[in-house]
Design a protein around this ligand. Structure first.
Ligand code: DAH
Length: 343
């Protein structure tokens, strides 16, 4: 009987070793430990043994049963873990890889560089007490020209030819039209800026575009002088370029200011020594400005004897081109996301 028991153990151990899945193990369990299993039958037959052998055989049988059970258990967990590693091996995915459809998937975008700088400028001026005004892109001749001291016979209109609608309106050529709306709406003293898109009938090249962006600014108060103008422009430029910027004023003609200026900044690329960006002059023209013409104040119902003001018109495209070293204004409207993604 002892030999039989040992044979059962070695037979079971061997087949457990060869088993390839849980099903095979279950078959072994039934064959050996099941109700009609090899070992069960032996245990049943114990009663027929002489009493002095019964104890030893019973003990041995139980030991063997425990060994078979343990071996089954061990093999089962071995099979389970190897099944898991096999799965891992075969079905792993790299979650950091872009999926094949990822170009079509919505990607987080960001503001266009023009909007970015516009919002920056709005923050700078609102922190100094300026209101932000809006105006229509399709303007009347009155707001765009007449009220800015540019009557229909004025040659300054030639420089700002634009797209006209059939009913006699036009695509505004500058944000200066917003000044007029500001003056009509608010009693002095007031400070306003007016950002927006403007249009010109323009032959396009690297520095000319038919559609671009400006921020107009205007401050009306008592005894406004060029000193006030210079102060605000310097704050603006220092905030934008994050350093002190050397400026100079040159006389410049605009019908709505007197005196009128071209404000130049010392070239930030070469520090004034002369380079390609400043065309070897050391200076870059950036900001036309001046003291508001009395006719303009008068036209919008502000007494030029009591009030005075300064105004400026900042080109946003030019500003960004300076900041990032962009060499062609046409990129802004190209619709090429490779360009926009850089900012
Ligand atoms: N509106 C002018 C233009 O687009 C720019 C400008 C010049 C605006 C002088 C002003 C100013 O307010 O004072 O060319």
């Amino acid at each position: 009987m002892e030999d039989k028991l040992k044979a059962i153990l070695s037979g079971a151990t061997e087949s457990i070793g060869r088993a390839e899945d849980a099903g095979a193990l279950e078959e072994i369990r039934v064959r050996v430990l099941g109700r009609k299993g090899e070992l069960t039958q032996i245990l049943r037959g114990l009663g027929e043994l002489p009493p002095d052998k019964r104890g030893a055989m019973g003990k041995l049988s139980n030991e063997i049963k425990a060994k078979v059970e343990a071996a089954l258990e061990e093999k089962l967990s071995e099979l389970k873990s190897s099944k898991f590693s096999k799965l891992l091996e075969e079905e792993w995915i790299d979650v950091t890889l872009e999926s094949p459809g990822s170009t079509a998937r919505a990607k987080l975008g960001h503001l266009h560089p023009i909007s970015q700088i516009q919002y920056e400028i709005e923050d700078i001026f609102t922190s100094m007490g300026f209101m932000v005004l809006d105006g229509p892109e399709v303007e009347t001749e009155y707001y765009n020209f007449e009220a800015l001291n540019i009557p229909s016979y004025h040659p300054a209109r030639d420089m700002q030819d634009t797209f006209w609608t059939e009913d006699g309106n036009l695509l505004r050529t500058h944000t200066s039209a917003i000044q007029v709306r500001g003056m009509e709406k608010h009693n002095p003293p007031f400070r306003v800026i007016g950002p927006g898109r403007v249009f010109r009938y323009e032959a396009t090249d690297a520095s000319h575009e038919n559609t671009f962006y400006q921020v107009e600014g205007m401050m009306v108060d008592r005894d406004i002088s060029v000193a006030h103008l210079i102060f605000f422009m310097k704050v603006l430029l220092r905030e934008i370029f994050k350093r002190d910027v050397t400026i100079r004023l040159r006389p410049g003609y605009f019908p709505f200011v007197e005196p009128g200026f071209e404000l130049d900044i010392q070239c930030l690329i070469c520090g004034g020594k002369g380079c390609g960006v400043c065309r070897q002059s050391g200076w870059v023209e950036l900001l036309p400005c001046g003291l508001v013409h009395p006719n303009v104040l008068q036209c919008s119902g502000i007494d030029p004897g009591a009030w005075s003001g300064f105004a400026f018109g900042l080109g946003l495209n030019r500003l960004i081109m300076m900041r990032y070293g962009i060499n062609d204004i046409r990129h802004f409207q190209s619709g090429d996301v490779r360009f926009v993604r850089q900012f």
